[in-house]
Structure formats: C-alpha cells, structure tokens
Design a protein around this ligand. Structure first.
Ligand SMILES: *Cc1c(COP(=O)(O)O)cnc(C)c1O
Length: 494
C-alpha cells in the first residue's frame, strides 16, 4: 500500500466500488426498462454533435465518477438499442447480459490472447470455446480455429487459409504473380465480404464468380459445375467455393451437400459462410437443411449474431487447423517462446490476422455455459417460430403481402388497398412506397426493421435474433407497419 505512484489514472478501491455499484444500478435499470424506450433516438447527427460540443481535448482530467454518470445518461438517451424487443433490423442480436459482465471482467484482467505466455488461462478458454462452437453446430470437435471481430474477418481468415492450401506452394514468397488466376465461386446472395476479400488479398473482384440462384434462392449447382469447367478450360485455377448457410437477405441455406461433392471432385476448398445461420444447425428438425456442413474445410460463424454475444465476436473454424498456422505463423526473433507449429505453446497470433488480441472468448464462453446447449435450442427455435408468426400475420393482413420466410427472417411488403387503379406503374410505386416506409419506420423509433430486395420487390425485412421479442411485440409491430404504411402512402399520393 505504501509504495504507490501518484498518478491521475488509478482509481482507489473505495471509489471504484462506489462508481461500479452505481453503474451496475444504471445498467440493471436499463435492461429492466428497455421495452419502454424508443428503439432508437430521433436526434440527427447534427443534434448529437451539438451534445458533444466541439471543444478540444481537455488539458486537465476530470473526476471519473462524474464522467461515468454523464456518459451513462448520454448513451441511454441517444442510442439505438438492439436489445429492445422490437428490434428486428439487419442481423444484430440483443446482447446476453452476462456478456456485459464478461467484458468488464476481461478488460480488468486485460489478457493479451495473442500468445499463450501472455494469457495462460484465457488461451485455454478460447480453445474450449472454439471446441464447443464446433460441437454445437454438429461438426467434429477436432476443428480448430480462432475468434475474430465478426463475420467479415472470419470469412477473410478462412479465405487466405484456403488460398495457402490450394494455390502453388510458392505463393507466400512470390505473391500472385507466378500463379494462374485464382478463382472463387459463390452464389449471387453471398454477403459483400467476398468482394472485400478479393480486393484485400489482391485477387481482384473479377476473380469472383457470382453464380445465379435457383427459384428458391439457393446457388444453382449445375451452373457452378459448368463455370468451374469453363474456367479450367481458360487456364484459370479454381480454388474455393463458398456455400452460404443463411443468406443475409432471406436466410436461405445453399445445398451444402451438393457443393461439398463438387469441391471434392475438383479438389477445391469448401468454405461455408454461416455467420448468421450456422447456430441453427443445432435444431434437430433443421439438420437435413445443414447436411454437408461436416464436409466444410472452413466455416465462418458469428457468436455476436445468433448466440447473442455482445459485439464483437466472430469465429473461423477450420477442419485442419494446420492450414491456419501455415498461413499466419511467423517467427520473429523478439518472441522467445515456442511456436504452435513445433508442438509448442498455443499462440493465437499464429492463427489469424491479429497480433495483440483481446479476450473476446470470455463473453462467448460464459454465455455458452449460462444458456447451455438446450437453452440455445429453445431460444433459436422460438426466434424461428416468432419469425413464422410474423409471416403468418402478414399473410392474414389484407394490406400486407408476405414474400419469404426462412430461419428467423421474414420479408413482406405493404400494399395499400386503393392500388388497383394504377396497374402499369404498380410495381415501381410499391418499391418506392416500401423503401420510404422502411426509412420512416427506422426513424420513428417504435420498431426497427431493415429491407431486402426479393425478385425485384423492395421488401420490409425482419430478422429475429432477439430473446426479448414476444408474440405481442409482433402483433403490435404489424399494427405499427400498417399505420405507418397508410401514412406514407397518403404522403406519397399528395
Ligand atoms: C453478418 C454476415 C456477414 C458479416 O458479418 P459481420 O459480423 O457483420 O462482419 C457475412 N456473411 C453473412 C452471411 C452474414 O450474415
């Protein structure tokens, strides 16, 4: 106690406790009352900037307790709350409250999970988390991998491992110059990460073959096979096929088993982007849809989506984790410890793009245990049932046209009663109306949904990865959508 350095950063034990208890009171009130709040703030970016002011960084520090009090209020009054029971936008889940504790605890320990020597127990926890995730989605627990910031990073991490495995051995030294053009295949509904990866890793976006989808929005595997043949004829080198397990617009799962067979026949890497949908593979009734997942060379999945982890948490799983080490391991002289490759310590910096790494495993690990396998089955099943209920109510309502329903995503559009008169321009008008409606609903704060374009129809889209949503929320949401739809229609007509 005696030999303490005077400084402006340390917070005394008594102060830390006092501030901590107060903050926990604020957060527990927030969780308890979240459904009474608007889903999002009505303030514009300009108004928000005004709240912050435009002064320079303060020369002198301020009391931490005051900062925490004022900042809690600032955030609680001006945020979008994806933990709100009527938040259905994009694929962002309501966060498991235990994750808030996990982040606090993880930041306090501040494990650097890049090297085992820096994070003795944290490394083991990350390893166990990855094994549990593999078991959870029904693939062999021998898959290895790494936790990353999200789906994009999980897919990038796998992309480069696929390239190391399938491209000429010299690619790490020579780069792409000595290789044939390396071609990637994916369906038209694949998430934009694939373009970013092609740019980032120097392949160029022209190396991506966006394969058309069939009527059910799955990748057309006949066209896939033909395209691979054509590319081989042209002297290119196909190296990877991406199957999607839950596409971001409509939740469709590609025919994974057939893609696996095509990959096997052509010696291609089979990657599954299951950032959103992979956790649904745990549901017994859905096992058939995910057939083929066990054959994936790599899988991307996002605990911060359907496992309700707070942001950020993604995961890359690789059937033979050696491919990650071959891709990412390096041997700098300033690391004295043994490396994974030599059967030494498990250093996660050798498994992916990051070097220093946070302890994001903790919130995933704790949520997995807090909820448990069966708890997750119940939550995911209910999310799917609620989405079906949304679709069913949309179908029953004379002013809503249901469009698709897969996993926990429903799409539909608002159709005013008095539309018969405008035959020809009907579709164009409906697209404009529904686009405007999405914007109005997002700004309104009563609920939050996003959009999807399905077969050229501009649709409203709800994705339920939200353990707070109830049937009543959905019944009320239908009313809100119709009320806002009528209003928007009147405005557009005028
Ligand atoms: C969400 C999603 C991504 C991107 O994940 P982030 O966590 O937002 O980076 C990629 N692919 C699919 C299928 C997704 O649902």
């Amino acid at each position: 106690m005696t030999n303490k350095r005077e400084n402006s950063i340390e917070i005394s034990k008594a102060e830390f406790q006092k501030m901590g208890y107060k903050l926990i009171d604020t957060i527990s009130d927030f969780f308890d009352n979240i459904s009474d709040k608007p889903v999002t703030t009505s303030k514009s970016p300009k108004e928000l900037q005004k709240l912050l002011g435009d002064s320079s960084l303060p020369k002198h520090g301020s009391a931490a307790a005051d900062l925490l009090t004022s900042t809690s209020k600032l955030l609680l009054d001006n945020s979008l709350f994806n933990g709100h029971p009527k938040f259905f936008g994009f694929i962002t889940s309501s966060p498991a409250p235990i994750g808030a504790f996990a982040d606090l605890l993880a930041s306090s320990i501040n494990a650097n999970v890049g090297g085992q020597i820096l994070s003795p127990i944290a490394t083991e926890i990350e390893k166990q988390t990855i094994k549990w995730l593999a078991e959870f989605i029904g693939v062999s627990p021998n898959y290895g991998g790494v936790l990353v910031s999200g789906g994009n990073m999980a897919n990038f991490t796998a992309f480069l491992a696929a390239r190391t495995a399938k491209a000429p051995k010299s690619i790490k030294e020579d780069g792409l110059s000595n290789s044939k053009q390396l071609i990637t295949y994916c369906s038209k509904s694949t998430h934009t990460w694939i373009d970013k990866a092609a740019i980032l890793f120097g392949h160029g976006t022209k190396s991506v073959r966006w394969i058309p989808t069939d009527a059910s929005n799955k990748m057309n595997n006949q066209i896939l096979e033909q395209t691979i043949k054509d590319d081989l004829k042209k002297g290119h080198q196909p190296f990877m096929v991406v199957g999607t397990a839950g596409d971001v617009s409509t939740g469709v799962i590609d025919n994974l088993e057939a893609i696996a067979a095509i990959c096997k026949a052509n010696d291609l890497w089979f990657h599954i982007d299951g950032a959103y949908g992979a956790p649904a593979a745990v549901i017994p009734e859905l096992k058939e849809l995910f057939k083929g997942i066990k054959d994936a060379d790599s899988i991307a999945l996002d605990p911060h989506k359907w496992l309700y982890s707070p942001l950020e948490a993604g995961c890359t799983l690789v059937k033979n984790p050696k491919h990650l080490i071959n891709t990412y391991s390096s041997h700098p002289e300033y690391y004295n410890f043994s490396l994974s490759e030599e059967g030494g310590s498990l250093n996660y910096f050798e498994y992916g793009l990051q070097n220093s790494r946070g302890f994001r495993a903790l919130k995933v690990w704790l949520a997995l245990q807090h909820i448990g396998n069966d708890g997750y089955i119940k939550l995911i099943t209910e999310d799917i049932e609620l989405s079906k209920y949304f679709y069913e109510l949309a179908n029953k309502h004379p002013e809503i046209e249901p469009v698709t329903q897969n996993l926990s995503i429903a799409t539909f559009r608002y159709i005013p009663k008095d539309l018969e008169k405008m035959d020809k321009k009907r579709d164009t008008y409906l697209n404009t109306l529904n686009e405007e409606l999405v914007n109005n609903l997002q700004e309104g704060g009563e609920l939050f949904l996003s959009n999807a374009i399905v077969l050229e129809k501009y649709c409203l889209r709800t994705c339920i990865v939200n353990f707070r949503t109830t049937k009543k929320d959905i019944e009320e949401s239908i009313e809100i959508i119709v009320k806002e739809g009528r209003k928007t229609h009147e405005q557009l007509k005028a």
